[in-house]
Write a protein that binds this ligand. Structure first.
Ligand SMILES: Cc1cc2nc3c(=O)[nH]c(=O)nc-3n(C[C@H](O)[C@H](O)[C@H](O)COP(=O)(O)OP(=O)(O)OC[C@H]3O[C@@H](n4cnc5c(N)ncnc54)[C@H](O)[C@@H]3O)c2cc1C
Length: 500
């Protein structure tokens, strides 16, 4: 065993939520904070891996890179799918699409019903105002102008955005100029955590500006393997760097390893469903049947279309507007998939179509107690007739948009968007073959009165152990969860500081 660390708080995972916790908890110079991250931790903006800060692409999302976790999943009965999560300072906010949008009023109502007033819209709104610096709207009760995360809504002039707006209008959908203002869902520009073509990941926004605080230690290449428990309390974590094993001791351990990593670490530490712990040969510390038992995500289809003449792609943004209904999201991309992933130029332009209603149909199981072995994710997306119908509705909506006069005029005459037919059986077959996921996993360790965690993220049955990341949402948000993850970081930091 090599050397050990000691701090008041150890945070595991420098992702969207973990970076917020590290910055907020170290504001008190009397509190020592250690942040352990499995991936690389650049010490300044120039040291991020090439492309990470480029808001015009999502190169970090290509599976199999050192800066991501690559995880096998099962989308439907006969469809395997590989997902990724970020693995570096900023976590998934360093590799994601950069669309940064507030949850809906109905989400806050659902969360407050289970987690109490701290999760209500009324309490969340001032935090959402404080975390942003909105470059498009002046400071108000709705928008902030001095928070760490720069928010902008570029892309409205993109030819693709203009086509989407015209098609949506022709189809009778309302305009939604500010998707962070809780208006009726419709079409409009997408709020992003990008500015001047730079993806403002949580590390860049929250941690780099405070990296020099003497009471904050941020360490990369530290993969935590389990929480150390003694007499019903967490006393620290065990972690690896290379082949060396180390210990970090703390009064408070905060797991911010993400919806997948935090559930994985709890189970590896003996906090999980008893049957699963026995199967893995992990001694049961605290039976917690809710860990990994269900999770939410957004099923996603990619429908591509060929423009004619080819549309020049913007250098700074790929998001060219979005259409929302109560259930469905259509994100228009100004760039082809090959451009987005940095693998080439040209090609058809994707429309990303997702069903956004909450669906806790996923299940996470471990294949091994070793955190280096990815867990198995079963999304259960096609398990009910209702879910299959919602996906058909989403697909029909986007196929109808492509048939509006503006879009027909913009499409290559030889372009025949797939699937060709519109009957249920034909759509079901196409969906079963092409369905993917938005990678919006939440709720693997949901908060609630019966646990596994309470409304402040405290693991029931263990003192000194908190989960603070997208894992704790009791139901999936009706929009992307990136902003919700930052909000969770702010909310749980406040709860910890109130108790200190
Ligand atoms: C490719 C992709 C695109 C996405 N696009 C969008 C989008 O455009 N808009 C949107 O709203 N949402 C998007 N999301 C989802 C959103 O980014 C995430 O929900 C959010 O960032 C999750 O934040 P988190 O703090 O829960 O976890 P993460 O940000 O994933 O952070 C977890 C951190 O913990 C670290 N970690 C994990 N295990 C360990 C361990 N054992 N030891 C040490 N460190 C560990 C990880 O390396 C990571 O840095 C996307 C996600 C992905 C993967």
């Amino acid at each position: 065993m090599a050397d050990s660390l000691r701090a008041d708080v150890v945070i595991v995972g420098a992702g969207s939520a973990g970076c917020v916790l590290a910055a907020r908890l170290s504001e008190d110079p009397a509190r020592s904070v250690v942040l352990l991250e499995s991936g690389p931790v650049p010490r300044d903006a120039g040291a991020f891996a090439p492309g990470v800060l480029d808001a015009g692409t999502v190169r970090g999302s290509v599976p199999g890179q050192a800066i991501n976790w690559t995880i096998p999943g099962r989308i439907g009965p006969s469809r395997d799918y590989t997902t990724v999560r970020g693995r570096m300072l900023g976590g998934s906010s360093s590799i994601n699409g950069g669309y940064f949008i507030r949850p809906r009023l109905a989400d806050f109502a659902d969360w407050a019903a289970v987690g109490g007033p701290e999760w209500s819209y009324e309490r969340a709104l001032p935090r959402m105002v404080a975390l942003e610096h909105d470059l498009d709207y002046p400071a108000s009760a709705i928008h902030g102008d001095h928070g760490p995360i720069l928010v902008s809504r570029g892309g409205s002039d993109e030819p693709t955005a203009v086509i989407l707006a015209a098609a949506a209008e022709a189809s009778g959908y309302p305009q939604e100029p500010d998707k962070n203002d809780q208006g009726a869902p419709g079409y409009g520009p997408v709020p992003t955590n990008t500015a001047g073509g730079v993806r403002q990941n949580a590390g860049l926004a929250y941690v780099l500006p405070v990296m020099s605080r003497p009471n904050l230690t941020v360490l990369g290449d530290r993969t935590v393997s389990r929480v150390l428990l003694r007499g019903g309390r967490a006393i620290g974590v065990e972690y690896r760097t290379g082949s060396e094993l180390h210990l970090a001791f703390a009064d408070l351990v905060v797991l911010s390893a993400g919806a997948i990593g935090s559930a994985q670490l709890l189970i590896a530490s003996g906090i999980g469903p008893e049957g699963e712990l026995r199967r893995l040969g992990v001694p049961v510390a605290v039976p917690a049947p809710g860990v990994g038992a269900s999770f939410s995500d957004h099923p996603q289809l990619t429908v591509e279309w060929w423009p004619r003449p080819p549309i020049p792609s913007s250098e700074s943004s790929w998001l060219a507007g979005a259409l929302h209904t109560e259930e469905i999201e259509v994100l228009a991309s100004a760039k082809s998939m090959t451009q987005l992933t940095g693998q080439g130029s040209g090609g058809p332009l994707p429309l990303l179509v997702s069903v956004m209603t909450p669906r806790p149909t996923g299940r996470l199981r471990l294949r091994s107690a070793d955190p280096a072995t990815p867990p198995l994710l079963d999304y259960g997306y096609l398990d009910s007739a209702k879910a299959r119908r919602e996906l058909r509705d989403a697909l029909r909506l986007v196929l109808e948009l492509l048939e509006t006069p503006n879009w027909r005029a913009a499409r290559d005459p030889d372009d025949h968007p797939r699937p060709a037919g519109r009957d249920d059986a034909g759509l079901d077959a196409w969906i079963a073959e092409h369905l993917g996921t938005a990678m919006h996993t939440t709720g693997t360790v949901p908060l609630g009165p019966d646990g596994p965690v309470d409304s402040s993220g405290r693991v029931l049955g263990v003192d000194g152990l908190i989960v603070a990341d997208a894992a704790i949402l009791p139901t999936g948000p009706r929009r992307g969860p990136a902003l919700a993850a930052v909000l969770i970081g702010e909310t749980i930091s406040d709860a910890i500081r109130r108790r200190a």
